[in-house]
Design a protein around this ligand. Sequence first.
Ligand SMILES: [Mn+2]
Length: 234
Amino acid sequence: MKLAVISDLHLGAGDLADGFGHDDGEFLRFLSFLEKNFERVILLGDIWETLQSRRLGSAREELALARAMHPEIAKRFERPQYHYVHGNHDIVAGVLGVPDELAFQADGVRLLFTHGHQNDALHTRRRWLTDLGVWLGGWIRRVGLGAFYRLCAKIDEMRGGLSEDGARCAFQQWAVGEATRREFDIVVTGHTHLAARSEHGSRLFLNSGSCSEGNLSFLSLDTRRGDYAVNCGY
Ligand SMILES: [Mn+2]
């Protein structure tokens, strides 16, 4: 089976906290390319930005606003070729029936797709605190303090134990631990905005990076041929 994975688009309501950074028409052409070349397209979380709403805790309203701001993309994602798994910034989609993980077998390869925020101990134990931090981040951007926002994001990245070196990266260790415990060959994540492909013994860790801020990052998986690659642009 040939699969493409994209994540972390952060499609928002069009104000300064909308981190998508693409022209919708151009992005639709990218989606057409994925549809033509892959049997399934996995949307691996943080597709919609619903945490950085103007009012705290109005995620449902924010999701509706974001969808209205990007109507053609919203419609495209309804096609049966797309499989949506929610993340932490679009956790509200879970209320609408979007799952928090996807698992299946293709050509004898066992695959687990999870956004990856479940790894964040602070998010799990003190979700109100991380949600509040993300919401404040939206306002910091909205009032034009983009550089300050990026500094905070960097600090958060370090707190999360991310590393380019797979053996030292706490996020990868968690994901591969899940794959091992639950007997998956490949674990595919998003969340970190750092595209990655890293072998851990017999298991493979993949991260789709991000399609926000104008980036076009996607994973291509061919389970029949055993080809797994990180791609930037098409
Ligand atoms: Mn995330």
